[in-house]
Design a protein around this ligand. Structure first.
Ligand SMILES: *Cc1c(COP(=O)(O)O)cnc(C)c1O
Length: 370
């Protein structure tokens, strides 16, 4: 089987190289490499337009975006967040000297369960940091209600949620700030990159200062900022990637539909329900390997690898299993039964624009024959 073509869980979408060269020539001619150059300005405007948001600040990556978002809102003390995410979610809190307080997720969506948030609020709680897991929108209304009642800020880790729309337009306009990632593995990539969606021009100005060391002009520094600026190279790449994004999403949608047609006949493989309430970006295709499947999740993961198919155990381990978090009272497995079970069962199957129908059939055959 080793002679078959490898199928990876994701493959970055890239435009033809020749189409990138004119952008590079402009950068070489102008000698403007970074610090808010013309491509940076163009990409901010183009993304606002595409995503249906008013204000957006580009970043060098999503993690610096999360760290800066917390700085921008002056968040301190304790922040309620999810264990079922990429580790950067909690790390961004620790880099701000904030204590993460982990709350369990909802079994249907694997997003932070609003019904469990209130019990975790203490006098030190200042904010909630939920994640739109796999691009599935959080229960934004319930979270907003709790935040309003307790005077908490909400910062969404929207790293998975590029282009996702919920019942009232872009999901990115919810909460005080939302943070996107444009990492190579994401639906829309600039190799490395990210952005903060800002509710108003004033907030964007503050965030623009923070991402440039706090500089307001040549001689004035107003805050202990960081270097979070996106370069002209990455911004130009973003402009080019944006041209192909609709075709890339359309192919992802077809792959998603094919899996959804083929997988239900396989006993023990459960697809996360896709509530029709929102527009998905088909960023991931998670399945739950249930106890009535002939193999364990890890067994299936290994079986697929033997067939040259590289799925991903995402999210496993939980953030709360890593050594810097596992001692916290909220990190104990008894506090997080749903997330703990999901981390044992979840497997993300290959999905990306370059995946063919034959590739999908090969993956499904392998799941069926176990
Ligand atoms: C990718 C990701 C991040 C980090 O984004 P980078 O751009 O890689 O720094 C944060 N949170 C989640 C949920 C992610 O998937």
């Amino acid at each position: 089987m080793r002679d078959t073509k490898p199928i990876y869980v994701t493959q970055p979408h890239l435009p033809p190289l020749a189409e990138f060269l004119p952008y590079l020539e402009k950068i070489w001619d102008s000698r403007v490499l970074t610090n808010g150059g013309p491509f940076h300005a163009q990409l901010e405007a183009a993304l606002c337009d595409y995503l249906g948001v008013e204000h957006l600040a580009l970043f060098t990556n999503g993690t610096i975006g999360l760290i800066t978002a917390l700085q921008a809102l002056r968040i301190t003390g304790e922040v309620i967040t999810t264990p079922y995410s990429f580790v950067a979610t909690a790390h961004s809190l620790v880099w701000n000297g904030i204590k993460p307080v982990f709350v369990d997720v909802h079994p249907d969506t694997l997003n932070l369960d609003p019904a469990r948030i209130e019990a975790a609020i203490t006098p030190q709680t200042t904010a909630i940091m939920p994640v739109h897991c796999y691009g599935h929108p959080c229960d934004v209304d319930a979270i907003e209600k709790i935040a309003d009642n307790y005077n908490l800020k909400v910062i969404y880790d929207a790293a998975h949620a590029f282009g996702v729309k919920c019942h009232c337009g872009s999901v990115l306009t919810h909460g005080d700030l939302s943070v996107l990632s444009f990492h190579a593995t994401k639906v829309f990539n600039t190799f490395e990159g990210g952005a903060i969606i800002c509710p108003d021009a004033k907030t964007k100005v503050r965030i623009d200062h923070l991402k440039n060391f706090g500089f307001v002009d040549e001689t004035i520094v107003v805050a202990p900022g960081i270097n979070g600026k996106m370069s002209e190279f990455n911004a130009a790449l973003g402009l080019l990637q944006l041209k192909g994004i609709d075709a890339a999403l359309a192919r992802r949608r077809e792959v998603d539909a094919l899996y959804r047609r083929l997988l239900p006949e396989i006993k023990g493989i459960r697809i996360l329900s896709d509530s029709g309430e929102h527009t998905s970006n088909y960023a991931y295709f998670p399945v739950m390997v249930e106890d009535d499947y002939p193999l364990s999740r890890d067994g299936l993961y290994t079986r697929l690898r033997e067939q040259n198919i590289f799925s991903r155990r995402y999210f496993y381990p939980l953030i709360t299993d890593f050594p810097m978090y596992r001692g916290l009272p909220s990190a104990q497995a008894e506090n997080l039964p749903v997330a703990t079970a999901a981390a044992r069962k979840a497997l993300c199957l290959p999905i990306y624009p370059g995946l063919t129908d034959e590739d999908v059939y090969r993956v499904v055959d392998c799941l069926r024959s176990a």
